[in-house]
Write a protein that binds this ligand. Sequence first.
Ligand SMILES: NC(=O)c1ccc[n+]([C@@H]2O[C@H](COP(=O)([O-])OP(=O)(O)OC[C@H]3O[C@@H](n4cnc5c(N)ncnc54)[C@H](O)[C@@H]3O)[C@@H](O)[C@H]2O)c1
Length: 389
Amino acid sequence: MRTIGIGIIGMGWMGSVHSRAYRAVPDRFPDCQISPRLIICADEVEARAKEAQARFGFSESTTDWQQVLDHPDVDVVNIATPNHMHLEQVKAAAEAGKHILCEKPVGLDPEETAEIAQIVQEAGLLSFVGYNYRWAPAVQRALELVQQGKIGRLTHYKGWLLVGYASDPGSVLSWRLQSDLGGMGALGDLMSHAIDMGMMLAGPIKRVIGQSETFIKERPVATPGQGDHYSTNRDGPTEPVTNEDYVSALVQFENGVRGALETCRVIQGPQSEIGFSIHGTEGAIRWDFERMNEFELYLTDDEQDKGYRRVLAGPEHPLHASFSPGAGIGLGYDDLKTIEAYHFMESIASGRQGEPGFAQAQSVAEVQDAIKRSWVSEHWENIQKIGPH
Ligand SMILES: NC(=O)c1ccc[n+]([C@@H]2O[C@H](COP(=O)([O-])OP(=O)(O)OC[C@H]3O[C@@H](n4cnc5c(N)ncnc54)[C@H](O)[C@@H]3O)[C@@H](O)[C@H]2O)c1
Protein backbone atom coordinates (compact mmCIF):
# COMPACT_ATOMS: atom_id res chain seq x y z
CA MET A 1 0.00 0.00 0.00
CA ARG A 2 1.47 3.38 -1.04
CA THR A 3 0.67 6.28 1.32
CA ILE A 4 0.48 9.78 -0.20
CA GLY A 5 0.35 12.79 2.13
CA ILE A 6 -2.26 15.40 1.17
CA GLY A 7 -2.41 19.08 2.14
CA ILE A 8 -5.42 21.16 1.07
CA ILE A 9 -5.57 24.96 0.90
CA GLY A 10 -9.05 26.55 0.94
CA MET A 11 -11.75 24.65 2.81
CA GLY A 12 -14.85 26.07 1.11
CA TRP A 13 -17.01 24.01 -1.25
CA MET A 14 -14.19 22.54 -3.32
CA GLY A 15 -11.79 21.95 -0.41
CA SER A 16 -14.52 19.87 1.25
CA VAL A 17 -15.35 17.93 -1.92
CA HIS A 18 -11.64 17.18 -2.55
CA SER A 19 -11.20 15.98 1.05
CA ARG A 20 -14.10 13.53 0.69
CA ALA A 21 -12.71 12.41 -2.67
CA TYR A 22 -9.24 11.52 -1.31
CA ARG A 23 -10.85 9.61 1.56
CA ALA A 24 -12.98 7.64 -0.90
CA VAL A 25 -10.11 6.53 -3.19
CA PRO A 26 -9.07 3.34 -1.28
CA ASP A 27 -12.74 2.43 -0.77
CA ARG A 28 -13.80 2.86 -4.43
CA PHE A 29 -10.50 1.73 -6.00
CA PRO A 30 -9.01 -0.88 -3.61
CA ASP A 31 -6.94 -2.46 -6.40
CA CYS A 32 -4.85 0.69 -6.82
CA GLN A 33 -3.22 0.08 -3.42
CA ILE A 34 -2.98 3.82 -2.74
CA SER A 35 -3.86 5.34 0.61
CA PRO A 36 -4.13 9.16 0.52
CA ARG A 37 -3.52 10.52 4.05
CA LEU A 38 -5.14 13.84 4.99
CA ILE A 39 -2.25 15.63 6.72
CA ILE A 40 -3.14 19.32 7.00
CA CYS A 41 -5.83 21.71 5.77
CA ALA A 42 -5.70 25.51 5.66
CA ASP A 43 -8.35 28.19 5.52
CA GLU A 44 -8.02 31.86 6.41
CA VAL A 45 -11.26 31.48 8.36
CA GLU A 46 -10.16 29.56 11.44
CA ALA A 47 -13.58 28.04 12.12
CA ARG A 48 -13.64 26.55 8.58
CA ALA A 49 -10.16 25.08 8.96
CA LYS A 50 -10.98 23.55 12.35
CA GLU A 51 -14.37 22.24 11.25
CA ALA A 52 -12.79 20.62 8.17
CA GLN A 53 -10.06 19.04 10.31
CA ALA A 54 -12.67 17.46 12.58
CA ARG A 55 -15.08 16.48 9.80
CA PHE A 56 -12.63 14.90 7.37
CA GLY A 57 -9.94 13.71 9.80
CA PHE A 58 -6.93 15.86 8.87
CA SER A 59 -4.13 15.47 11.45
CA GLU A 60 -3.70 19.27 11.62
CA SER A 61 -5.31 22.52 10.51
CA THR A 62 -4.02 26.07 10.14
CA THR A 63 -4.96 29.58 9.02
CA ASP A 64 -1.52 30.01 7.41
CA TRP A 65 -1.41 28.23 4.02
CA GLN A 66 2.40 28.35 3.95
CA GLN A 67 2.38 25.71 6.72
CA VAL A 68 0.77 23.25 4.29
CA LEU A 69 3.76 23.58 1.95
CA ASP A 70 6.30 23.42 4.78
CA HIS A 71 4.85 20.22 6.24
CA PRO A 72 7.33 17.33 5.75
CA ASP A 73 4.56 14.70 5.42
CA VAL A 74 2.78 16.54 2.60
CA ASP A 75 3.56 15.08 -0.87
CA VAL A 76 0.73 16.77 -2.73
CA VAL A 77 -0.79 20.23 -2.38
CA ASN A 78 -4.41 20.65 -3.43
CA ILE A 79 -5.29 24.29 -4.17
CA ALA A 80 -8.98 25.16 -3.76
CA THR A 81 -8.80 28.89 -2.96
CA PRO A 82 -10.31 31.80 -4.94
CA ASN A 83 -8.57 32.23 -8.29
CA HIS A 84 -6.40 35.28 -7.45
CA MET A 85 -4.36 33.17 -5.02
CA HIS A 86 -3.54 30.26 -7.32
CA LEU A 87 -0.35 31.69 -8.89
CA GLU A 88 1.28 32.61 -5.58
CA GLN A 89 0.32 29.28 -3.99
CA VAL A 90 1.44 27.19 -6.98
CA LYS A 91 4.79 29.04 -7.03
CA ALA A 92 5.34 28.39 -3.33
CA ALA A 93 4.24 24.73 -3.62
CA ALA A 94 6.63 24.20 -6.54
CA GLU A 95 9.48 25.79 -4.58
CA ALA A 96 8.71 23.35 -1.76
CA GLY A 97 8.89 20.47 -4.31
CA LYS A 98 5.25 19.37 -3.91
CA HIS A 99 3.06 17.94 -6.67
CA ILE A 100 -0.02 20.08 -7.28
CA LEU A 101 -3.71 19.75 -8.06
CA CYS A 102 -5.15 23.20 -8.78
CA GLU A 103 -8.79 24.00 -9.34
CA LYS A 104 -9.87 25.60 -12.61
CA PRO A 105 -9.43 28.21 -13.92
CA VAL A 106 -5.80 27.56 -13.01
CA GLY A 107 -4.66 31.20 -13.44
CA LEU A 108 -6.55 34.45 -12.94
CA ASP A 109 -6.09 35.06 -16.67
CA PRO A 110 -4.58 33.07 -19.59
CA GLU A 111 -1.07 34.47 -19.03
CA GLU A 112 -1.09 33.39 -15.38
CA THR A 113 -2.13 29.89 -16.45
CA ALA A 114 0.82 29.82 -18.88
CA GLU A 115 3.15 30.98 -16.08
CA ILE A 116 1.85 28.27 -13.74
CA ALA A 117 2.32 25.60 -16.43
CA GLN A 118 5.88 26.77 -17.02
CA ILE A 119 6.83 26.90 -13.31
CA VAL A 120 5.61 23.38 -12.65
CA GLN A 121 7.14 21.93 -15.81
CA GLU A 122 10.53 23.50 -15.04
CA ALA A 123 10.37 22.15 -11.49
CA GLY A 124 9.72 18.62 -12.86
CA LEU A 125 6.56 18.22 -10.75
CA LEU A 126 3.27 16.51 -11.56
CA SER A 127 0.05 18.50 -11.92
CA PHE A 128 -3.67 17.94 -12.23
CA VAL A 129 -6.70 20.17 -12.84
CA GLY A 130 -10.32 19.96 -11.63
CA TYR A 131 -12.03 19.48 -15.00
CA ASN A 132 -14.34 16.97 -13.30
CA TYR A 133 -17.26 16.74 -15.75
CA ARG A 134 -15.09 14.77 -18.18
CA TRP A 135 -15.00 11.90 -15.65
CA ALA A 136 -18.70 10.94 -15.82
CA PRO A 137 -18.77 7.30 -16.99
CA ALA A 138 -21.31 8.31 -19.68
CA VAL A 139 -18.88 10.96 -20.98
CA GLN A 140 -15.97 8.53 -20.98
CA ARG A 141 -18.16 6.07 -22.89
CA ALA A 142 -18.97 8.82 -25.41
CA LEU A 143 -15.22 9.40 -25.81
CA GLU A 144 -14.67 5.68 -26.46
CA LEU A 145 -17.41 5.69 -29.12
CA VAL A 146 -15.86 8.73 -30.82
CA GLN A 147 -12.36 7.20 -30.69
CA GLN A 148 -13.66 3.89 -32.08
CA GLY A 149 -15.14 5.78 -35.02
CA LYS A 150 -18.69 4.63 -34.17
CA ILE A 151 -20.20 7.98 -35.14
CA GLY A 152 -17.97 8.29 -38.22
CA ARG A 153 -15.96 11.33 -39.26
CA LEU A 154 -16.76 14.21 -36.91
CA THR A 155 -18.60 17.19 -38.37
CA HIS A 156 -20.26 19.25 -35.58
CA TYR A 157 -19.72 19.94 -31.87
CA LYS A 158 -21.83 21.99 -29.48
CA GLY A 159 -20.84 22.52 -25.83
CA TRP A 160 -22.64 24.44 -23.09
CA LEU A 161 -22.49 25.29 -19.42
CA LEU A 162 -25.68 27.09 -18.46
CA VAL A 163 -26.03 27.51 -14.72
CA GLY A 164 -28.24 29.56 -12.46
CA TYR A 165 -26.02 30.18 -9.43
CA ALA A 166 -26.12 33.94 -9.97
CA SER A 167 -29.50 34.25 -11.74
CA ASP A 168 -31.11 35.91 -8.69
CA PRO A 169 -30.14 39.63 -8.81
CA GLY A 170 -30.06 39.44 -5.00
CA SER A 171 -27.33 36.81 -4.99
CA VAL A 172 -24.15 38.29 -3.56
CA LEU A 173 -21.11 39.82 -5.21
CA SER A 174 -18.89 36.84 -4.32
CA TRP A 175 -15.20 36.74 -5.32
CA ARG A 176 -16.25 35.02 -8.57
CA LEU A 177 -17.99 38.15 -9.84
CA GLN A 178 -15.05 40.50 -9.21
CA SER A 179 -12.26 40.60 -11.78
CA ASP A 180 -9.48 41.27 -9.23
CA LEU A 181 -10.40 38.13 -7.24
CA GLY A 182 -12.04 35.81 -9.79
CA GLY A 183 -10.34 37.04 -12.98
CA MET A 184 -12.49 36.39 -16.00
CA GLY A 185 -16.20 35.73 -15.33
CA ALA A 186 -18.07 33.07 -17.31
CA LEU A 187 -15.04 32.78 -19.63
CA GLY A 188 -12.79 31.59 -16.80
CA ASP A 189 -15.24 29.95 -14.43
CA LEU A 190 -17.50 28.10 -16.87
CA MET A 191 -15.88 28.13 -20.30
CA SER A 192 -12.83 26.28 -18.88
CA HIS A 193 -14.97 23.15 -18.49
CA ALA A 194 -16.70 23.62 -21.86
CA ILE A 195 -13.40 24.06 -23.74
CA ASP A 196 -11.77 21.11 -21.95
CA MET A 197 -14.71 18.85 -22.81
CA GLY A 198 -14.81 20.08 -26.42
CA MET A 199 -11.10 19.50 -27.00
CA MET A 200 -11.16 16.09 -25.31
CA LEU A 201 -14.00 14.92 -27.57
CA ALA A 202 -13.44 16.77 -30.85
CA GLY A 203 -9.72 17.71 -30.78
CA PRO A 204 -7.72 20.95 -30.73
CA ILE A 205 -9.45 24.23 -31.63
CA LYS A 206 -8.08 26.35 -34.49
CA ARG A 207 -10.04 29.61 -34.36
CA VAL A 208 -12.96 31.31 -32.61
CA ILE A 209 -15.22 34.34 -32.63
CA GLY A 210 -17.03 35.17 -29.41
CA GLN A 211 -19.26 37.62 -27.57
CA SER A 212 -19.85 38.45 -23.91
CA GLU A 213 -22.34 40.32 -21.72
CA THR A 214 -22.85 41.26 -18.09
CA PHE A 215 -26.62 41.12 -17.65
CA ILE A 216 -26.76 42.00 -13.93
CA LYS A 217 -24.47 44.96 -13.40
CA GLU A 218 -24.75 45.56 -9.61
CA ARG A 219 -25.09 43.12 -6.74
CA PRO A 220 -25.29 43.15 -2.94
CA VAL A 221 -21.94 42.97 -1.21
CA ALA A 222 -20.97 39.57 0.30
CA THR A 223 -20.09 39.09 3.98
CA PRO A 224 -16.38 38.08 4.11
CA GLY A 225 -15.76 34.52 5.35
CA GLN A 226 -19.42 33.55 5.15
CA GLY A 227 -21.67 31.77 2.67
CA ASP A 228 -20.89 30.63 -0.84
CA HIS A 229 -21.62 31.77 -4.38
CA TYR A 230 -25.28 30.72 -4.06
CA SER A 231 -25.80 33.07 -1.05
CA THR A 232 -28.26 36.01 -1.26
CA ASN A 233 -28.47 39.33 0.60
CA ARG A 234 -31.40 41.07 -1.10
CA ASP A 235 -31.48 44.21 1.08
CA GLY A 236 -27.72 44.83 1.31
CA PRO A 237 -25.77 47.71 -0.29
CA THR A 238 -24.68 46.99 -3.87
CA GLU A 239 -21.46 47.34 -5.88
CA PRO A 240 -20.65 46.81 -9.57
CA VAL A 241 -20.04 43.36 -11.08
CA THR A 242 -16.66 43.54 -12.82
CA ASN A 243 -16.58 40.49 -15.07
CA GLU A 244 -18.92 38.86 -17.59
CA ASP A 245 -22.07 36.78 -16.92
CA TYR A 246 -22.28 35.33 -20.41
CA VAL A 247 -19.86 34.14 -23.12
CA SER A 248 -20.47 32.29 -26.33
CA ALA A 249 -18.28 31.53 -29.32
CA LEU A 250 -18.40 29.97 -32.73
CA VAL A 251 -15.50 27.54 -33.01
CA GLN A 252 -13.60 25.77 -35.76
CA PHE A 253 -11.54 22.75 -34.78
CA GLU A 254 -8.24 21.83 -36.46
CA ASN A 255 -9.86 18.71 -37.99
CA GLY A 256 -12.54 20.78 -39.73
CA VAL A 257 -15.31 20.21 -37.16
CA ARG A 258 -17.60 23.25 -36.87
CA GLY A 259 -19.36 24.18 -33.66
CA ALA A 260 -20.35 26.52 -30.87
CA LEU A 261 -19.79 26.92 -27.14
CA GLU A 262 -22.13 28.82 -24.79
CA THR A 263 -21.82 29.57 -21.07
CA CYS A 264 -23.90 31.66 -18.67
CA ARG A 265 -24.12 32.05 -14.89
CA VAL A 266 -27.36 34.07 -14.74
CA ILE A 267 -29.66 32.10 -17.01
CA GLN A 268 -33.26 31.38 -15.96
CA GLY A 269 -34.42 27.83 -16.48
CA PRO A 270 -31.32 25.64 -16.57
CA GLN A 271 -29.79 25.02 -13.14
CA SER A 272 -26.71 22.97 -14.03
CA GLU A 273 -26.99 22.21 -17.74
CA ILE A 274 -23.44 21.22 -18.58
CA GLY A 275 -23.29 19.23 -21.75
CA PHE A 276 -22.41 18.59 -25.35
CA SER A 277 -23.70 17.16 -28.56
CA ILE A 278 -21.23 15.69 -31.03
CA HIS A 279 -22.10 14.68 -34.55
CA GLY A 280 -20.35 12.60 -37.18
CA THR A 281 -21.12 11.14 -40.60
CA GLU A 282 -22.51 7.96 -38.99
CA GLY A 283 -24.17 9.10 -35.80
CA ALA A 284 -24.36 11.48 -32.87
CA ILE A 285 -24.12 11.56 -29.06
CA ARG A 286 -25.76 13.98 -26.61
CA TRP A 287 -25.07 14.30 -22.85
CA ASP A 288 -26.10 16.69 -20.10
CA PHE A 289 -24.92 16.79 -16.48
CA GLU A 290 -28.47 17.30 -15.17
CA ARG A 291 -28.97 13.69 -16.32
CA MET A 292 -25.35 12.65 -15.90
CA ASN A 293 -26.03 8.92 -15.70
CA GLU A 294 -27.33 8.60 -19.23
CA PHE A 295 -26.54 9.72 -22.76
CA GLU A 296 -28.36 9.73 -26.06
CA LEU A 297 -26.98 7.85 -29.03
CA TYR A 298 -28.01 8.01 -32.66
CA LEU A 299 -26.49 5.66 -35.25
CA THR A 300 -27.27 5.95 -38.95
CA ASP A 301 -27.12 2.16 -39.50
CA ASP A 302 -30.52 1.86 -37.80
CA GLU A 303 -32.43 2.79 -40.94
CA GLN A 304 -35.88 1.77 -39.75
CA ASP A 305 -36.09 3.49 -36.36
CA LYS A 306 -34.71 7.00 -36.61
CA GLY A 307 -33.92 9.20 -33.63
CA TYR A 308 -31.77 9.19 -30.52
CA ARG A 309 -31.98 6.28 -28.10
CA ARG A 310 -31.36 6.65 -24.37
CA VAL A 311 -28.41 4.69 -22.97
CA LEU A 312 -28.12 4.29 -19.20
CA ALA A 313 -24.61 4.45 -17.70
CA GLY A 314 -23.74 1.04 -16.31
CA PRO A 315 -20.92 -1.20 -15.12
CA GLU A 316 -19.71 -1.82 -18.69
CA HIS A 317 -18.84 1.92 -18.92
CA PRO A 318 -15.51 3.34 -17.64
CA LEU A 319 -15.26 3.16 -13.80
CA HIS A 320 -19.03 3.00 -13.20
CA ALA A 321 -18.60 -0.42 -11.54
CA SER A 322 -16.43 1.16 -8.81
CA PHE A 323 -19.59 2.89 -7.59
CA SER A 324 -22.45 0.55 -8.45
CA PRO A 325 -22.93 -2.91 -9.94
CA GLY A 326 -25.97 -2.03 -12.04
CA ALA A 327 -26.98 0.12 -15.01
CA GLY A 328 -29.21 3.03 -14.03
CA ILE A 329 -27.87 3.15 -10.45
CA GLY A 330 -26.26 6.52 -10.79
CA LEU A 331 -23.25 8.48 -9.59
CA GLY A 332 -23.32 12.08 -8.27
CA TYR A 333 -21.09 15.16 -8.58
CA ASP A 334 -18.82 14.18 -5.68
CA ASP A 335 -18.14 10.81 -7.33
CA LEU A 336 -16.62 12.64 -10.31
CA LYS A 337 -14.19 14.26 -7.87
CA THR A 338 -13.38 10.80 -6.46
CA ILE A 339 -12.53 9.60 -9.99
CA GLU A 340 -10.42 12.75 -10.48
CA ALA A 341 -8.58 12.10 -7.18
CA TYR A 342 -8.01 8.47 -8.21
CA HIS A 343 -6.42 9.46 -11.54
CA PHE A 344 -4.27 12.07 -9.78
CA MET A 345 -3.14 9.58 -7.11
CA GLU A 346 -2.29 7.01 -9.82
CA SER A 347 -0.20 9.66 -11.56
CA ILE A 348 1.67 10.46 -8.32
CA ALA A 349 2.23 6.77 -7.48
CA SER A 350 3.52 5.97 -10.98
CA GLY A 351 5.48 9.20 -11.41
CA ARG A 352 3.84 9.72 -14.83
CA GLN A 353 2.03 12.94 -15.74
CA GLY A 354 -1.68 12.27 -16.18
CA GLU A 355 -4.40 14.18 -18.01
CA PRO A 356 -5.69 16.81 -17.47
CA GLY A 357 -2.55 18.50 -16.13
CA PHE A 358 -1.35 22.10 -16.46
CA ALA A 359 -0.43 21.50 -20.14
CA GLN A 360 -4.16 20.94 -20.85
CA ALA A 361 -5.00 24.01 -18.73
CA GLN A 362 -2.62 26.05 -20.91
CA SER A 363 -4.37 24.79 -24.09
CA VAL A 364 -7.73 25.77 -22.58
CA ALA A 365 -6.31 29.19 -21.63
CA GLU A 366 -5.10 29.75 -25.22
CA VAL A 367 -8.68 29.29 -26.47
CA GLN A 368 -9.99 31.64 -23.74
CA ASP A 369 -7.38 34.19 -24.78
CA ALA A 370 -8.53 34.02 -28.42
CA ILE A 371 -12.21 34.36 -27.44
CA LYS A 372 -11.32 37.44 -25.40
CA ARG A 373 -9.32 38.96 -28.29
CA SER A 374 -12.30 38.41 -30.59
CA TRP A 375 -14.58 40.55 -28.33
CA VAL A 376 -12.29 43.47 -29.10
CA SER A 377 -11.50 42.79 -32.75
CA GLU A 378 -15.01 41.51 -33.63
CA HIS A 379 -13.26 39.12 -36.03
CA TRP A 380 -12.28 35.46 -36.04
CA GLU A 381 -9.12 34.96 -33.95
CA ASN A 382 -6.63 32.11 -34.34
CA ILE A 383 -5.48 30.21 -31.27
CA GLN A 384 -1.94 31.37 -30.42
CA LYS A 385 0.69 30.15 -28.00
CA ILE A 386 0.70 32.34 -24.89
CA GLY A 387 3.46 32.89 -22.39
CA PRO A 388 3.64 34.46 -18.92
CA HIS A 389 2.83 38.22 -18.55
N1 LIG B 1 -14.30 21.95 -10.72
C1 LIG B 1 -15.44 22.49 -10.37
O1 LIG B 1 -16.51 22.01 -10.75
C2 LIG B 1 -15.43 23.67 -9.44
C3 LIG B 1 -16.61 24.03 -8.75
C4 LIG B 1 -16.54 25.12 -7.87
C5 LIG B 1 -15.36 25.83 -7.72
N2 LIG B 1 -14.25 25.47 -8.43
C6 LIG B 1 -12.98 26.22 -8.25
O2 LIG B 1 -12.46 25.90 -6.95
C7 LIG B 1 -11.84 27.04 -6.36
C8 LIG B 1 -12.53 27.35 -5.02
O3 LIG B 1 -13.92 27.54 -5.24
P1 LIG B 1 -15.00 27.28 -4.09
O4 LIG B 1 -16.34 27.23 -4.73
O5 LIG B 1 -14.58 26.15 -3.24
O6 LIG B 1 -14.86 28.65 -3.30
P2 LIG B 1 -15.29 28.96 -1.80
O7 LIG B 1 -15.44 30.43 -1.73
O8 LIG B 1 -16.42 28.07 -1.39
O9 LIG B 1 -14.02 28.49 -0.95
C9 LIG B 1 -12.78 29.16 -0.98
C10 LIG B 1 -12.16 29.02 0.40
O10 LIG B 1 -10.85 29.58 0.38
C11 LIG B 1 -10.66 30.24 1.62
N3 LIG B 1 -9.58 31.21 1.53
C12 LIG B 1 -9.62 32.45 1.02
N4 LIG B 1 -8.42 33.03 1.16
C13 LIG B 1 -7.60 32.14 1.75
C14 LIG B 1 -6.24 32.17 2.17
N5 LIG B 1 -5.47 33.25 1.99
N6 LIG B 1 -5.74 31.06 2.76
C15 LIG B 1 -6.49 29.97 2.95
N7 LIG B 1 -7.80 29.91 2.59
C16 LIG B 1 -8.34 30.97 1.99
C17 LIG B 1 -12.01 30.86 1.91
O11 LIG B 1 -12.16 31.20 3.29
C18 LIG B 1 -12.96 29.74 1.48
O12 LIG B 1 -13.25 28.87 2.56
C19 LIG B 1 -11.96 28.16 -7.40
O13 LIG B 1 -10.79 28.19 -8.17
C20 LIG B 1 -13.14 27.72 -8.26
O14 LIG B 1 -13.11 28.24 -9.58
C21 LIG B 1 -14.27 24.40 -9.26
